[in-house]
Design a protein around this ligand. Sequence first.
Ligand SMILES: Nc1ncnc2c1ncn2[C@@H]1O[C@H](COP(=O)(O)OP(=O)(O)OP(=O)(O)O)[C@@H](O)[C@H]1O
Ligand SMILES: [Mg+2]
Length: 156
Amino acid sequence: MLNWRSEDDTAAWACTLAAQPLLANAFLTLHGDLGAGKTTLVRHLLRVLGVQGRIKSPTYAVVEPHEAPGLAPHATTVWHFDFYRFDDPREWEDAGFRDIFASPGLKVAEWPEKAAALTPLADLAIYIEATDETERKVTLLAHTPLGRSLLQGMNA
Ligand SMILES: Nc1ncnc2c1ncn2[C@@H]1O[C@H](COP(=O)(O)OP(=O)(O)OP(=O)(O)O)[C@@H](O)[C@H]1O
Ligand SMILES: [Mg+2]
């Protein structure tokens, strides 16, 4: 269990995560209520990975791709999913999500519960709970060997 006392702690943890080479081809799920801080964490992560300019959030598009120089040489793209409005399983094939998950790059997903039958198993699941205005209690759960290696790398 982690304790982020402010958004600075959230940003600092994003830095630690970004320093893991295995991150480049990982699938992370972000869990937590509206306003928990899922998008905020992703934005900090994208910044540390070298994404510049305005960072658009996926809403109606469900997925927003970002070119992230910080993932090189292992991959180049971060795919930021937000399944909050996802309700048509046909979209999984039609919008090419299957292909995205089969290709290199970091995939992060908010509201993965809404597409649970379709997404692969997350390497690392991140549970964020707001305990006051700025404090977040965070639980990390690795579901794969890659996820466990990520956790080990961050504790080193
Ligand atoms: N320690 C913190 N970590 C992350 N966000 C924080 C923290 N402290 C305050 N915040 C604020 O909490 C809000 C979190 O909003 P955010 O959009 O990231 O939530 P979300 O989990 O993505 O919600 P949604 O389910 O609606 O997408 C932001 O306004 C952010 O500035
Ligand atoms: Mg969000």
